[in-house]
Design a protein around this ligand. Structure first.
Ligand SMILES: *Cc1c(COP(=O)(O)O)cnc(C)c1O
Length: 360
């Protein structure tokens, strides 16, 4: 059935095209391009009605299951504008493979990765004039799948929409790195082993908002999550994976059931290893991190994710005590990883891992 998925293309009339936003004030996820991709799934027909068409509302039955029980998953990746109008994407296949892992956990149908990749390239190419050219600015791609069957029973839905929308986003760090202040919470947890922390599913983010609000109120940018059982081991920072540099070791928590397998995380691990840096995937307690901060062996902490690439941490607050990291500055390794990854993503640097694909 997948092999036959036909993608129809219906372009906007020139009168339907939107005015493009000012590139200097994009922020994140505020604007959407002229076109979108949509396809539908039913048990009888599988994926069908695949179409690239004008960006538009769709109408959902108020009983649509995603709205009640949260069968909703998403992805996030970017298109980068290189020199001479070239367009690059970074490891996009990995995003769709991960989406299928999320789908499995949420009892949702698999997407046909090759077809969806093809649709995404066509969509991004069609809206390529929307890809910002300012340094660090990108076109963010948001693939999403939702359960749309109108039934109030709690069970896997039998009808789904899969769609992709595009949003031009500004540089995360337009004026150089700005190390973040992190609030370590032992009050809230993000995910528990056996739960859905390994899936990029909507409810995880709804569940995280209150902790983020409390952190913001206290003057902190992000929350550092501890494990749900002992509230002892560090897991993630905001919606990013976390790395800690202690002595010669670059340490990150292992993917053992409550952590999202970030593609940036994997890229950082591979890059650091290729530079002969010792990367250790192991559980690490907040006490160990803070002890290393006090004895001076902690040199860097940073988050990794598609949005910011590398997000250096300048301060931690745990149980009302503050700890400065890397003197509040950006660590050497954070900077090197950021420069290298950005260079590869924008097609400016050699790409030994064959991570980038050129789509225009
Ligand atoms: C998306 C996400 C990440 C980062 O994944 P990337 O593939 O690197 O963008 C990390 N943690 C959580 C909870 C996420 O949702």
């Amino acid at each position: 059935m997948w092999r036959d998925l036909e993608i129809s293309v219906c372009k906007c009339d020139s009168g339907q095209l939107k005015e493009k936003p000012d590139q200097d004030n994009l922020g994140f996820g505020n604007f959407f391009t002229d076109h979108m991709f949509l396809m539908k799934w039913t048990r009888e027909k599988g994926w069908h009605d695949a179409e690239i068409g004008p960006y538009k509302n769709f109408s959902l039955d108020p009983a649509a299951m995603a709205l009640h029980y949260g069968q909703a998953i998403f992805e996030g990746l970017k298109a980068y504008s290189g020199e001479n109008g070239q367009v690059f994407m970074f490891r996009p296949e990995d995003n769709f493979e991960r989406m299928n892992a999320s789908a499995l956990r949420m009892c949702m149908p698999r997407i046909p990765v090759d077809q969806v990749l093809k649709a995404m390239k066509a969509l991004v190419y069609l809206d390529k004039d929307w890809i910002p050219t300012a340094p660090g600015a990108t076109l963010y791609v948001r693939p999403t799948m939702i359960a749309v069957e109108p039934v109030l029973g709690v069970r896997p839905a039998e009808e789904y929409y899969f769609y992709m929308i595009l949003s031009p986003v500004g540089a995360y760090y337009s004026e150089g790195f700005n190390p973040t202040k992190i609030w370590v919470t032992d009050k809230y947890v993000r995910a528990v082993k056996g739960g859905v922390g390994t899936a990029k599913t909507a409810g995880n983010y709804a569940a995280s908002i209150m902790a983020a609000e409390e952190a913001n109120k206290a003057g902190y940018t992000q929350v550092l999550w501890l494990d749900a059982c002992e509230r002892k081991y560090i897991e993630e920072v905001g919606t990013s994976n976390i790395f800690v540099k202690i002595g010669d070791d670059l340490i990150t928590p292992p993917l053992n059931g409550s952590i999202l397998a970030g593609i940036t995380r994997d890229s950082v691990i591979q890059l650091a290893k290729s530079w002969d840096i010792k990367v250790v995937e192991r559980m690490i307690s907040i006490d160990e991190v803070l002890a290393a901060s006090e004895d001076g062996s902690l040199t860097e902490i940073f988050g990794t994710g598609t949005a910011a690439v590398i997000s250096p941490v300048g301060e931690l607050c745990y149980q009302d005590k503050k700890y400065t990291v890397a003197d509040g500055n950006t660590g050497e390794l954070s900077q090197r990883l950021f420069d290298e990854l950005q260079g590869i993503q924008y097609g400016k640097q050699e790409d030994p891992f064959k991570w980038t694909i050129r789509i225009g």
